[in-house]
Ligand binder design. Structure first.
Ligand code: HMG
Length: 388
């Protein structure tokens, strides 16, 4: 229980595809008041990808931004968390490992439990590096959140990846070993094998999420005698940005006004990027963490940050991390803002056409996509990728 270690996130970055839908455009096309999407749901833009980009190209693009040649020699394990698999057998991590040029004597695996799996990956990475301090582990969360055109979940779609490099003596966040996990066998959102889009009980999923946060927070307080006052901020899994707020507000009702205001102000900093991307499933919590670190002006070294991870089905986890002195020098705010600002705004017609377009694995074909990593060719049922 009391092993002293200093392991955590040394580098972190995200990638989103180069197209988005403006939520006012979507609201007008669906005959909905735009205020419902911007205020009621809390989304301004939604990331969309063409069929030539997938979870592998997102994952590789996110990780390529942070890995040095030295890192590629030291990464010993590649963990890809996703619920948008492109293969039932071969792990996406194997392809990502190859595209990134990571040294061959590494382990590569894919992990699944809805939006929660990257947190399991992070815990595995933390514990592994604690045992093998000279090794590095690459954890990537990558997904495409698609509910279907005109579906109830449509305004909560998104696409992209987050990459985290876990090392000893990290430059950004030290991970504490205080995780409280909760597993409950519940059908709130699920996608049976072969089904293109998830089945979801939207309203029910909201209440299961809220209740899961309440349970893991209460258990955390019981185990560690914790209070909200010791947290400088809490980052949430963000299926849409209103969700975390709906879970946090009732729990801080009894706190004094200063703590309430502080946590809600920080919450807003943690959703700046998510408002412009939508749901990243496994990556959503970690996109929110990046948003918080890159947009909050109130954080300082030593601050404790809470993280709430949630995956339908369901598994939830609350844990914390400590900001390392000098962490701000290792962030990539300018690059991330440029990535978001340089995207192409799609008309609703173009979005609908992109949404429906698919790659046919049974038909040999080649593709031309200008982005750094993309699918170049389908050949004898193989997906082949291009690095520009
Ligand atoms: P809906 O029926 O479209 O929306 O479903 P609604 O009627 O509940 O309205 C949403 C909010 O907008 C409400 O506010 C309205 O009052 C407000 P709230 O009561 O929530 O505070 N509203 C307005 N506000 C301002 N001006 C207006 C206006 N009109 C209404 N004019 C829902 C919304 C999120 C349920 C739907 O989009 C959905 O099913 N999404 C997918 C499921 C989801 O994201 N669930 C979240 C929890 S589960 C989870 O996080 C796991 C997940 O990431 C998957 C995984 O783990 O793999 C999803």
């Amino acid at each position: 229980e009391n092993i002293e270690f200093n392991v955590g996130i040394d580098k972190l970055s995200f990638f989103v595809p180069n197209y988005f839908v403006d939520m006012t455009d979507l609201a007008l096309a669906r005959a909905v008041d735009p205020a419902k999407f911007h205020i009621g749901i809390g989304q301004d833009e939604m990331a969309v990808n063409p069929a030539t980009q997938d979870i592998i190209t997102f994952a590789t693009s996110a990780a390529a931004q942070i890995l040095s040649d030295e890192d590629k020699k030291q990464v010993d394990m590649v963990i890809v968390a996703t619920e948008s698999s492109v293969d039932e057998s071969k792990a996406a991590a194997v392809v990502v490992h190859g595209l990134l040029g990571i040294q061959p004597f590494a382990r590569s695996i894919e992990m699944k439990e809805a939006c929660y799996a990257a947190t399991a990956g992070l815990v595995l990475a933390r514990d592994y590096v604690t045992l093998h301090q000279e090794k590095k582990v690459l954890v990537i969360a990558t997904d495409i959140a698609k509910y279907g055109l005109n579906s109830g979940g449509e305004p909560t779609q998104g696409a992209g990846a987050v990459a985290l490099l876990v090392t000893a003596n990290p430059s950004i966040l030290k991970l504490n070993a205080d995780n409280v996990a909760l597993t409950q066998d519940i059908y709130d959102f699920w996608r049976p094998t072969g089904q293109a889009y998830p089945s979801v009980d939207g309203k029910f999923s909201n209440s299961v999420y809220i209740n899961a946060f309440s349970q893991v927070w209460d258990e955390y307080c019981r185990r560690y005698d914790a209070t909200f006052s010791e947290f400088s901020a809490i980052a949430f899994h963000t299926p849409y940005t209103k969700m975390g707020k709906k879970a946090l507000l009732p729990k801080i009702e009894s706190e004094n006004e200063t703590i309430q205001k502080h946590l809600m102000d920080q919450f807003e900093k943690g959703i700046v990027y998510n408002r412009r991307v939508g749901n990243l499933y496994t990556g959503s919590l970690y996109l929110s963490l990046i948003s918080l670190l890159e947009n909050s002006e109130l954080l300082t070294a030593g601050d404790k940050i809470g993280l709430f991870s949630y995956g339908s089905g369901t598994v939830a986890e609350f844990f914390s991390a400590q900001l390392v002195p000098g962490y701000e020098k290792h962030l990539r705010k300018a690059e991330h803002e440029a990535l978001l600002n340089q995207r192409v705004r799609l008309s609703i017609e173009a979005y609908e056409a992109m949404f429906e377009s698919k790659i046919d694995l049974n038909h040999n074909d080649s593709f031309d996509d200008p982005t750094l990593y993309s699918i170049s060719e389908i050949k004898e049922n193989h997906r082949l990728y291009r690095t520009k």
